[in-house]
Design a protein around this ligand. Structure first.
Ligand SMILES: Cc1cc2nc3c(=O)[nH]c(=O)nc-3n(C[C@H](O)[C@H](O)[C@H](O)COP(=O)(O)OP(=O)(O)OC[C@H]3O[C@@H](n4cnc5c(N)ncnc54)[C@H](O)[C@@H]3O)c2cc1C
Ligand code: FES
Length: 302
């Protein structure tokens, strides 16, 4: 049985890397301005999640709205409120953004009742991002649990579009049961790309399920990567971060090369309202993307 490292242990030589020079402070711009946008299409993914395709009403607004994988937008549904949602599409698609939204409460339930042509407000983009430039030339593990595939879909698209810049890419995705799987219509397409391997696991299979069964960490049993040549992006519920990131650390991957996206309740999205703090950090401007080393040193981050 493999030994699981305590997060604070620094026993691997590969842990002794310099802190990464990724963008810790979001690029704040146009924060007070809300862009008027239109819902152009709505795709039902599961009973709980829908994918919203949204475009700016004024085409000129795109120039001021460049985002990076891992960032989020404050989405306003007039009359209901404003919520933070991660970009779920490629930043290179200039005409449309895609947001995958789970129905959980007041605003998200109202959004699930919205129709094509509905008008919404967008503020942002906000937050730190996955340091894709820094990851170039390396192997990448893209790991998601449940709704975590929504934010992970942006770096997946980025890697696919810049395939030659990266070494081997492993996408690992775990869900509770087959009916919870997001974006299953894309799995075949992702798997067909050279040196991209997608593995999907569920905890509770149905009769039709022929794939692996269990927790997401089980998929890591079959992954062999040179730890000093590998980065990982992990998106999902906080409990998953501990299990997955500790396991990756046991494989020799430094915590500074693992990136996670944290969630807190947010109001302003721009470091003004103090709603989203973790200790002295604000999730909206110092995050939501943090390296796992930082997360382990932030009290009550996960
Ligand atoms: C940076 C960031 C990115 C996000 N990306 C996505 C995304 O891509 N897709 C998506 O579906 N959701 C995402 N969320 C979560 C989303 O913002 C919340 O689900 C939403 O704000 C709930 O609003 P509501 O009015 O529907 O629910 P409310 O009526 O406000 O709350 C319903 C329930 O959800 C809980 N809740 C609300 N917000 C959060 C939160 N931030 N974290 C944990 N629990 C919460 C409440 O405590 C309550 O129990 C993200 C959150 C953050 C901070
Ligand atoms: S949401 Fe206001 S400070 Fe972060």
């Amino acid at each position: 049985m493999k030994k699981i490292m305590h997060p604070y242990d620094i026993t691997h030589e590969t842990d002794m890397v310099e802190p990464l020079d990724y963008n810790r402070q979001s690029r704040l711009k146009d924060v007070d301005r809300s862009f008027k946008a239109e819902i152009t299409n709505i795709i039902r993914l599961t009973d709980m999640e829908k994918l919203f395709q949204i475009r700016m009403v004024d085409d000129n607004d795109w120039q001021r709205f460049t985002f990076l994988p891992g960032q989020f937008v404050m989405l306003e549904l007039p009359g209901y409120g404003e919520i933070p949602i991660s970009f779920s599409s490629s930043p290179t698609i200039k005409s449309t953004i895609e947001l995958c939204i789970r129905k959980t409460g007041k605003v998200t339930e109202a959004l699930h009742r919205a129709k094509r042509g509905g008008i919404v407000g967008l503020r942002g983009p906000f937050g730190t991002y996955f340091p894709m430039e820094q990851m170039k030339g390396h192997n990448i593990l893209l790991i998601a649990g449940g709704l975590g595939l929504a934010p992970l879909r942006a770096p997946i698209s980025y890697v696919i579009e810049n395939r030659a810049d990266f070494q081997n890419v492993n996408i690992l995705y775990g869900a509770r049961d087959p009916s919870n799987l997001l974006f299953d219509y894309q799995y075949e397409q992702w798997n067909r790309i050279d040196d991209i391997t997608l593995q999907v696991i569920v905890e509770n299979p149905n009769k039709a399920w022929t794939g692996p069964v269990g927790m997401i960490t089980k998929l890591l049993d079959d992954v062999t990567v040179p730890p000093d040549q590998t980065y990982a992006i992990v998106c999902g519920p906080p409990i998953m971060f501990k299990f997955v990131c500790n396991r990756l650390n046991a494989m020799g991957i430094p915590m500074q090369r693992m990136f996670v996206s944290l969630e807190r309740r947010m109001h302003c999205g721009m470091g003004k309202c103090c709603r989203c703090n973790i200790g002295s950090s604000y999730t909206c401007i110092d995050g939501p993307v943090f390296d796992f080393w930082t997360v382990m040193n932030l009290k009550e981050a996960i």
